[in-house]
Structures are given as C-alpha cells and as structure tokens.
Design a protein around this ligand. Structure first.
Ligand SMILES: C[S@@+](CC[C@H](N)C(=O)[O-])C[C@H]1O[C@@H](n2cnc3c(N)ncnc32)[C@H](O)[C@@H]1O
Length: 257
C-alpha cells in the first residue's frame, strides 16, 4: 500500500498502525441518513431544519474563535431576500463578506471596534434593518475581548442573561416591521453552573421582546468544532450542533417590545 493510498483513506492509515493526522480525522466522513425533505417553492433546497455543510466557504476568518462559516447566512439571505442587513457581533466579518458577495448592504460592528450591542445608546434607531444576523457569545464558553462589556465576560449567568435580554430588545427595536432576527446560539455546559439551555433563553427573551418565531429551528451541525477533537475523562452526551432561530417583528408590535 502506498503513502498516497493510506493518506487518501484514513481507515487504511489505522490498518497500517499509523494514527490519522488531525486534518484526516476532521475530514473523515461519517454518514447519517437524513429524512427526505418535501419538494416546495423554497429557492434554497439545502435549507432545512437539519443544516450541514462540512466546508464553510471563504467568508470571515476560520481561525477566529467562534467563527460560524458563511453558508447558512448566505442561504438565509437568499431565502428572506432582505434589503439592509446588520451584524452587531461580527467577529471576523463573516456576515459582511457574504453580503458583499451578494451585493446586499450590510453594517457590521463588534465589541472589538468599541461597539456594545447590549447598550441601547450604541444600537441603531428604531425600524432601520430588514435582517439582523446575531451570533453572540455562548456566555463564557469562549472569551473574546479584554473588555468588561463583552458578553462573554459577564461574571454570572444572571448578568449574562440581563445583558443578553437588552441586546435582543435593541435588535427588536432596530428591525423594521416584518424584519427578521436570526440568532445562532448553542447550549453550554458550564463547569460551575452545569448545563445551560441558552437556546431556550434566546426564545424566551425574544418572545418577551415582542418577536415571534417565523420558521422551524435550524439545527446546524457543528463540523470542525474545536471541542470535537478533545478527549475528556468525564461522561456526557456530546452536543454536536447549535441552533439558528429566526424571529420576526410583527407589523403591529406586541406589548413589551
Ligand atoms: C461567536 S463570536 C461571532 C463570530 C462571527 N460570527 C464570525 O464568524 O467570525 C461572538 C462575537 O461577539 C462579540 N461580542 C461579545 N460581546 C459583545 C458586545 N457586548 N457587543 C458587541 N460584540 C460583542 C465578540 O467579540 C465576538 O466577536
């Protein structure tokens, strides 16, 4: 067997008593049979409640902590066809890159640029955007800026949720009626607090802010997550996805928005 054969097929690498490299292990396909999606007028057939793209496209910087890849954003923008887009927690600028490619006007800011998405004074005036893409910190799973206003630096869960609520309120206010807020969020197992259902809190806070969910949850498979490559001594059920929930601002705003 040649070097080329067992490099191309990591299963042969195991037979040759050679560990697959990290890259090979990451690229190794594992197939699951997905349910058949009904045909419909959706212009993006791959956009279903189970979302998988093992290559993330050339958007943003894959090396940025928490980078989300751009394909889901692209598919959502193709589906909802918004006028003006806002990304208030832009990280490496993934959403802005997608918008540039699609010729959609987009504003994007981050705490690294001094913009605090949880501060109503920093946020845009009311009814400006058609679509807000939000990929917030999953509390302290990863730390981002050396700035106490960074959501990931919230010292307690209660403080995180208070600031997260304000962020969602700001977003609800900044949307035009009929505008969409798409939030990509993951549940998080905290060393001290245990399992924290951040996707539940996202919905709860969005509903409290007068938004309504406008389509199915989109379960995004977390291909390439750094945690997938770690080895843990403890026993737990691995979470291999995060959830994108799309909310809509009703044309007549409910109480609390
Ligand atoms: C999960 S990352 C976003 C990654 C991005 N989607 C990408 O693909 O590169 C979350 C981002 O939220 C930013 N952030 C945290 N707290 C913030 C705040 N209060 N205001 C604005 N941005 C904040 C962090 O700096 C970080 O870049």
């Amino acid at each position: 067997m040649t070097q080329a054969t067992y490099t191309a097929n990591p299963f042969f690498a195991a037979r040759m008593k050679r560990d697959a490299t990290r890259k090979e292990a990451c690229d190794r396909p594992v197939y699951a049979r997905l349910p058949l999606a009904p045909k419909n007028a959706n212009p993006v057939p791959g956009l279903t409640s189970l979302y998988h793209h093992h290559r993330e496209g050339d958007y943003g910087d894959r090396g940025y902590p928490g980078n989300c890849g751009g394909n889901l954003i692209k598919d959502l923008l193709t589906y909802f066809r918004p006028g003006i887009v806002f990304d208030p927690m832009s990280g490496s600028g993934t959403c802005a890159d997608v918008c540039r490619e699609m010729n959609i006007p987009c504003l994007s800011f981050d705490i690294h640029k001094g913009f605090d998405a949880c501060d109503p004074e920093h946020f845009a005036d009311s009814e400006v955007f058609d679509f807000i893409w939000a990929h917030p910190a999953y509390w302290r799973m990863k730390l981002y800026a050396d700035d106490p206003r960074d959501l990931s630096r919230s010292p307690t869960l209660e403080q995180f949720l208070r600031r997260y609520r304000q962020f969602i309120r700001n977003s609800a206010r900044a949307l035009k009626p009929g505008g969409k807020l798409a939030v990509l969020m993951g549940d998080y197992n905290d060393r001290e607090e245990g399992f924290i259902p951040l996707t539940y809190h996202t919905k709860r806070l969005a509903f409290e802010s007068g938004l309504r969910q406008c389509c199915t949850d989109i379960i995004r498979f977390s291909h390439g997550a750094s945690s997938s490559r770690k080895v843990y001594r403890s026993s737990f059920i691995p979470g291999l996805h995060d959830t994108c929930t799309v909310f809509e601002k009703p044309h007549t705003t409910r109480k609390g928005a």
